[in-house]
Design a protein around this ligand. Structure first.
Ligand SMILES: Cc1cc2nc3c(=O)[nH]c(=O)nc-3n(C[C@H](O)[C@H](O)[C@H](O)COP(=O)(O)OP(=O)(O)OC[C@H]3O[C@@H](n4cnc5c(N)ncnc54)[C@H](O)[C@@H]3O)c2cc1C
Ligand SMILES: NC(=O)c1ccc[n+]([C@@H]2O[C@H](COP(=O)([O-])OP(=O)(O)OC[C@H]3O[C@@H](n4cnc5c(N)ncnc54)[C@H](O)[C@@H]3O)[C@@H](O)[C@H]2O)c1
Length: 449
């Protein structure tokens, strides 16, 4: 065996990088195993390049400038800076594909290493749906769509989730003729229905052809481009197909069975992010856990792992982790959706407000939007919220705090927002919920008792 580390971190993305650096700074002997780019997908192929393209689109910049800006932001997709950060923290980076060989044993590129603690942070990978003919045509995943310099004339996006919607809006804004095929009847199906409806209107205004409730049955190469046959009998012609049909935790081929784990939808973790049912001391954070699948959630879980590995006791609380789609308008959601509440048997009170009624929307001459707040009637507390509106990712943070802190509705309804801001839009629904769910007043007799 080459070396025995205090800890080995498998996968050097958002979660893995943070854990490895934190442990090394605390004096631990740590190896980070990475087979692509230190930093993972967020800085090179996901969050940053997609937000860069969307910003350029909003500013009306030409495609060439947008690509130059995107590529500068991603450092040309090289990880020199991230690797230097690791070296500075005292982390040993082992380049290559890592595989667990048993409790406390990891193999990388034919060499075997030992470790007291193992942390699995291998992220997620795109799901390629089993569509007839898809394997024979040149397809893009989000990695390609966010790194190549080509602007396809006709682009078909398979999937209307966060990835599909962000990329459809970006490419349509730069002049591609874009169609989105979404199997369910709505965009962003996981969120409150109004959010997908507002976004659908916005995408249609950008010229996107939405095929909702349809699936792609077959794809064929034509003399000039591709033809897609849809399950509803429709057809679409394209030069490029972008698959944005979901992502799954990257667990295949990791050797997790040597730790006694059986294959599943993700690496199962408890509230401390320790892997359930694994032999040895094994932890996991980020997309591979299949829990929250965002960069901020990966960071949060990384901090939980770190605290526990450094001798503390910390549990993750996922009640108020935001989910944001950075389109125009932004779609922001946090906590429980009305659909989830129904599934959990929670009696929900809903109050909403159209952003068009705010003075800020009049000033900005903005696209329409809406906010909705969801409260648990039995406890009189906010448990979820959604908003579709410009910069909702910024002004909805107070609602995330309110859900996380369990702030009483009466107190929230007393908060003053600056005028004219979009933040004012939560005042009326908060007052409404506070009034509807007010704790019953005690009678004088009850008070005397
Ligand atoms: C197009 C797109 C846009 C997104 N935009 C946002 C956004 O705006 N905001 C947001 O919060 N989230 C966004 N996300 C989600 C976000 O990117 C992920 O949730 C986050 O990057 C997950 O971090 P991670 O550390 O779990 O995984 P990753 O960053 O994927 O890191 C995992 C690393 O493990 C490495 N690896 C895997 N297996 C092995 C192995 N066997 N050996 C060695 N190395 C291995 C991989 O090479 C990779 O570098 C977006 C996702 C996509 C696809
Ligand atoms: N801003 C952000 O935070 C951000 C942005 C992008 C992605 N992400 C993360 O990345 C993850 C993956 O996003 P995603 O949009 O790829 O996945 P998703 O699972 O959220 O959405 C995929 C969509 O594709 C549809 N679909 C699946 N197969 C299909 C088929 N054959 N034909 C037509 N439609 C089909 C599904 O009905 C679903 O609506 C998200 O869960 C999210 O956490 C986050």
């Amino acid at each position: 065996m080459n070396h025995h580390y205090d800890a080995m971190v498998l996968g050097g993305g958002t979660a893995g990088e943070r854990i490895a650096a934190g442990l090394a700074r605390a004096g631990r002997d740590v190896a980070l195993v990475e087979d692509r780019l230190v930093g993972g997908i967020a800085p090179y192929f996901a969050c940053l390049p997609s937000k860069s393209l969307l910003l350029s689109a909003r500013r009306g910049e030409p495609w060439e400038l947008a690509v130059a800006r995107r590529d500068a932001l991603t450092g040309g997709r090289t990880d020199d800076r991230a690797a230097a950060r690791m070296a500075e923290a005292g982390v040993t980076v082992l380049r290559g594909r890592g595989r667990v060989a048993g409790p406390g044993r990891v193999e990388v590129g034919g060499s075997a290493y030992g470790c007291a603690e193992l942390v699995v942070c291998t992220g997620s990978e795109p799901v390629i749906p089993p569509v007839d003919g898809l394997a024979d045509v040149p397809l893009w995943t989000s990695d390609d769509a966010l790194s190549v310099p080509d602007l396809p004339r006709r682009l078909v996006v398979l999937g209307g989730g966060p990835v599909g919607c962000e990329l459809a809006q970006a490419y349509a804004s730069f002049g591609s003729q874009v169609a989105v095929v979404e199997a369910s009847g709505r965009l962003l199906t996981a969120e409150a229905p109004f959010a997908g409806d507002v976004l659908a209107d916005a995408l249609r205004r950008t010229g996107v052809d939405l095929r909702l409730g349809a699936d792609v049955a077959r794809i064929e190469r034509k003399e000039s481009g591709l033809r897609l046959w849809l399950s509803d009998g429709g057809t679409l012609d394209a030069d490029r197909v972008l698959v944005a049909a979901g992502r799954r935790p990257r667990t295949a081929g990791l050797g997790l069975e040597t730790l006694g784990l059986s294959p599943g939808p993700g690496v199962p973790v408890d509230a401390t992010c320790r892997v359930r049912g694994a032999e040895g001391s094994v932890w996991a954070a980020g997309d591979v856990t299949g829990i929250a699948r965002t960069t901020h959630a990966a960071r949060y879980q990384a901090d939980v792992v770190l605290a526990n590995l450094l001798g503390g006791r910390r549990e993750a609380d996922y009640r108020a982790v935001p989910r944001v789609v950075y389109t125009t308008p932004t779609v922001y959601a946090v906590g429980i959706t009305p659909g989830q509440a129904a599934g959990l048997g929670i009696d929900v009170a809903t109050a909403g407000y159209d952003l068009a009624a705010t003075a800020r929307a009049a000033v900005e001459a903005d696209v329409p939007g809406r906010v909705e707040l969801y409260a648990d009637r039995s406890r009189g507390l906010l448990i979820g919220a959604a908003a579709a509106g410009l910069h909702a990712e910024e002004w909805m943070s107070e609602i995330a705090l309110a859900i996380r802190a369990g702030t009483p509705l009466s107190l929230l309804a007393d908060v003053v927002h600056a005028f004219p801001t979009y933040g004012e839009s939560v005042e009326a629904p908060l007052r409404e919920l506070a009034g509807r769910l007010a704790a019953p007043q005690a009678t004088p007799e009850e008070e005397a008792r």
